[in-house]
Design a protein around this ligand. Structure first.
Ligand code: 0O3
Ligand code: SF4
Length: 343
């Protein structure tokens, strides 16, 4: 996963930056970029285009990254916000963030073939919601209002779920029975802020039940651990990611909280402002879970051109998780292979 840009001589633009000691260095976070759920979702769209041909419709951005969406559009994917926008009889892929059960019903009504690219770790939270609703708990879902994942999870049991959008929202919560309450969360939240919210909830509901395992996923946690270490050492932390990517935005916040003097979210090298480098010796670089590595390479090359050629990898965790493709694609691939051997 780690790599260095091709070394390039320092050029004039970097000289304007006047670093403090002249020892310019890049700290590169590991892990960073694609998680297993994003990898699977992006491959699912590519595979669907190959298997069924263009166009293939995708409900919502498959992952929250501009570059990924544009690249898939060029290959023949059509992104829509509502299922009703997909013409009858077509294929629609549901994004990695998951959908509410009503969306599956809409697709059935529209006679659409569906491919569900919801990350299995988001599905796990959906299943928890269904289970606790069946057991008649009030579910406090910690998450960001309006975020696609929260809309999908809430849709599993709308009458049982109350959204809690951060510690400041805890005072607004109302439940039926304070002794029958459980909290769940969006997968891409700040670990520290979520724990603050949980502590505040426990202050109000001492018997609050916790989810059986972490809802904030391994990838979110690992990327935050790495950027936290980086924030303590870097003057500036550049996070590669799109503005609507919750997990990427959290990385900027965590970097600042860990002590970085500045941190900025950029979609790519073209969004970096030369002025950010003023007085900066150490630049931290990381990327959100929906960000292809090519965009990080662009940033490293841009920095190398300005004298930040020395790249040191800061490894916070090793990752080896991978998910199999959505079952609908695997089923059709198997059928195709069978037909080929029989024919
Ligand atoms: O949930 P978030 O806005 O961070 O979404 P991204 O940027 O597409 O990253 C992938 C995360 C995901 C699909 C839900 O966990
Ligand atoms: Fe799945 Fe976590 Fe990636 Fe979201 S960030 S797609 S939950 S692995």
């Amino acid at each position: 996963m780690t790599s260095s840009p091709s070394p390039k001589p320092a050029t004039t633009p970097g000289d304007d930056a006047s670093p403090r000691s002249g020892r310019r260095k890049v700290l590169l976070a590991a892990p960073r970029g694609y998680c297993a759920g994003v990898d699977r979702a992006v491959i699912a769209v590519e595979q669907a285009l190959e298997q069924y041909g263009a166009p293939v419709y995708v409900r919502h951005e498959i992952v929250h990254n501009k570059y990924v969406v544009k690249t898939l559009e060029r290959k023949g994917a059509i992104f829509v916000e509502e299922t009703e926008e997909v013409p009858e009889g077509n294929i629609v892929i549901f994004s990695a963030h998951g959908v509410a059960p009503v969306v599956h019903d809409e697709a059935k009504r529209g006679k659409l073939a569906t491919i569900d690219a919801t990350c299995p770790l988001v599905t796990k939270v959906h299943k928890e919601a269904v289970r606790y609703a069946k057991e008649d708990y009030d579910i406090l879902l910690i998450g960001h209002e309006g975020h696609e994942e929260v809309i999908g999870t809430s849709g599993e049991a709308p009458e049982h779920i109350t959204l809690v959008d951060g510690p400041e929202d805890v005072a607004n919560v109302e439940v039926r029975d304070p002794d029958r309450v459980v909290w769940l969360s969006q997968t891409t939240l700040s670990v520290d802020e979520t724990m603050e919210t949980v502590d505040a909830l426990k202050g109000r509901y001492p018997n609050l039940l916790s989810p059986p395992s972490d809802d904030i996923c391994y990838a979110t946690q690992n990327r935050q651990t790495a950027v936290k270490q980086m924030g303590a050492e870097a003057d500036l932390v550049i996070v590669v990611g799109s503005k609507n990517s919750s997990n990427s935005v959290r990385l900027v916040e965590v970097a600042l909280g860990a002590g970085a003097s500045a941190s900025h979210l950029v979609d790519g090298a073209d969004e970096i402002d030369e002025a950010w480098l003023e007085g900066v010796d150490t630049v931290g670089v990381t990327s959100g879970a929906s960000v292809p590595e090519v965009l990080v390479h662009g940033v490293l090359d841009w920095l190398a051109e300005r004298g930040y050629e020395d790249v040191e990898t800061l490894t916070a965790a090793e990752e080896s998780i991978a998910f199999s493709l959505p079952k609908e694609l695997r089923r059709d691939l198997r059928a195709e292979a069978k037909a080929a051997t029989e024919g």
